[in-house]
Ligand binder design. Structure first.
Ligand SMILES: Cc1ncc(COP(=O)(O)O)c(C=O)c1O
Length: 349
């Protein structure tokens, strides 16, 4: 049987051997009592890497974002976010359901908002018709835009606008480490522009589970209450924090390989008939292809490619997403490219 090449997401990775060993030997305690030394180490280390005072281990990126938003806003407030952001698109309306706030969708350019866009979206107050703008939330890298990276000057602009208006800034940094590697900067050089940030350990970094939310000490204490409220208070969680530490310490630099593989794949696929790739968006490990020119819908394309052993995701009626990660190498992306080329030959035959 030929190997299945899974390019659906960077969440499909297996934990490494080092992670499994770290899990087996993790020192644990009851984390709801604050007694799990491994969780504390992960939180302290992540806070340090992100240049923040404190951090909180959470179950998922969604929980990290939603705990953060709930700790920042009140019911009836408004959260500014890029129109196609994960918190709007893919978190089951949690901002409405949990924090009781609404999202103001602001269209960006390749996922990036300008300071002027954000300024214009902040509500004038006092005005009894308006919700209070309580938070600006940015996504870096931006998933639906194709893994695009926020330039540091754009972050600085939004930070300045937020500060001038007294509105805090949160970053959904599910793939912040990819952004840091793409820019060649330290994670804290990105996180310095936001008040709070959520990073995922279970995406490109390969940990089996978990995210970390970082911010000021006072904010993290408020977030801890929301995490408990949402059922995220975990007990001997050191067994899952331990692989997170391995992820943080050993899996960041290698993301450059995933980026190079994505770039190779994007450039190769862009040469094929009917495949439309905006190469400017291919900045990290995500490649989005519009397959409209092949005459296939995204679902039909995904199904046919799946039959050839290559998995990818439909990302709209004609858009398809491919994501590179630790468990696919250059030979795999070359094989995936060959499968796409073969599929198109079949489609045009
Ligand atoms: C940009 C972004 N934010 C948040 C999340 C949510 O992470 P999780 O699946 O761990 O809840 C994802 C997941 O893919 C994501 O891509």
């Amino acid at each position: 049987m030929t190997k299945r090449i899974d390019l659906r997401s960077d969440t499909v990775t297996q934990p490494t051997q080092a992670m499994r060993e770290a899990m087996a030997h993790a020192e644990v305690g009851d984390d709801v009592y604050g007694e799990d030394p491994t969780v504390r180490r992960l939180e302290e280390r992540t806070a340090e890497v992100l240049g923040k005072e404190a951090a909180l281990f959470v179950t998922s990126g969604t929980q990290g974002n939603q705990v953060a938003i709930a700790a920042h806003v009140h019911g009836g407030d408004e959260v500014i976010a890029e129109a196609e952001s994960h918190i709007f698109y893919y978190e089951a309306a949690a901002v409405a359901a949990i924090a009781g706030a609404q999202i103001r969708q602001v269209p960006g350019v390749r996922g990036v908002l300008s300071g002027a866009d954000v300024r214009a979206a902040i509500r004038e107050e006092p005005n009894p018709h308006h919700p209070h703008t309580a938070l600006i939330s940015l996504e870096n890298t931006h998933n639906r835009a194709g893994g695009t990276v926020w330039p540091l000057h754009a972050l600085a602009e939004v930070q300045a606008v937020g500060r001038a208006a007294g509105v805090p800034v949160h970053m959904d940094g599910a793939r912040l480490f990819n952004a840091a590697v793409a820019l060649g900067v330290a994670p804290r050089d990105i996180a310095q522009y936001v008040d709070t940030v959520q990073v995922c350990l279970s995406k490109g970094l390969c940990a089996p589970v978990g995210s970390v939310l970082a911010g000021s000490r006072a904010f993290i204490e408020r977030a801890r209450v929301w995490r408990k409220r949402l059922g995220g208070g975990m007990r001997q969680a050191g067994v899952i924090a331990a692989p997170g530490l391995v992820a943080l310490e050993t899996m960041v630099d290698r993301l450059a390989e995933d980026h190079a593989n994505a770039r190779w794949f994007a450039e190769a696929v862009a040469e094929l008939p009917g495949m439309d790739v905006d190469l400017e968006t291919v900045q990290t490990n995500i490649v989005i292809v519009d397959v409209a020119g092949t005459g296939l819908t995204a679902n039909a394309f995904v199904n046919r490619l799946g039959e050839a052993g290559v998995l990818c995701s439909a990302f709209g009626p004609t858009r398809v997403r491919f994501v590179t990660h630790h468990d696919v190498d250059r030979a795999d992306v070359e094989a995936a490219f060959a499968a796409v080329a073969g599929l198109l030959q079949g489609a045009h035959a």
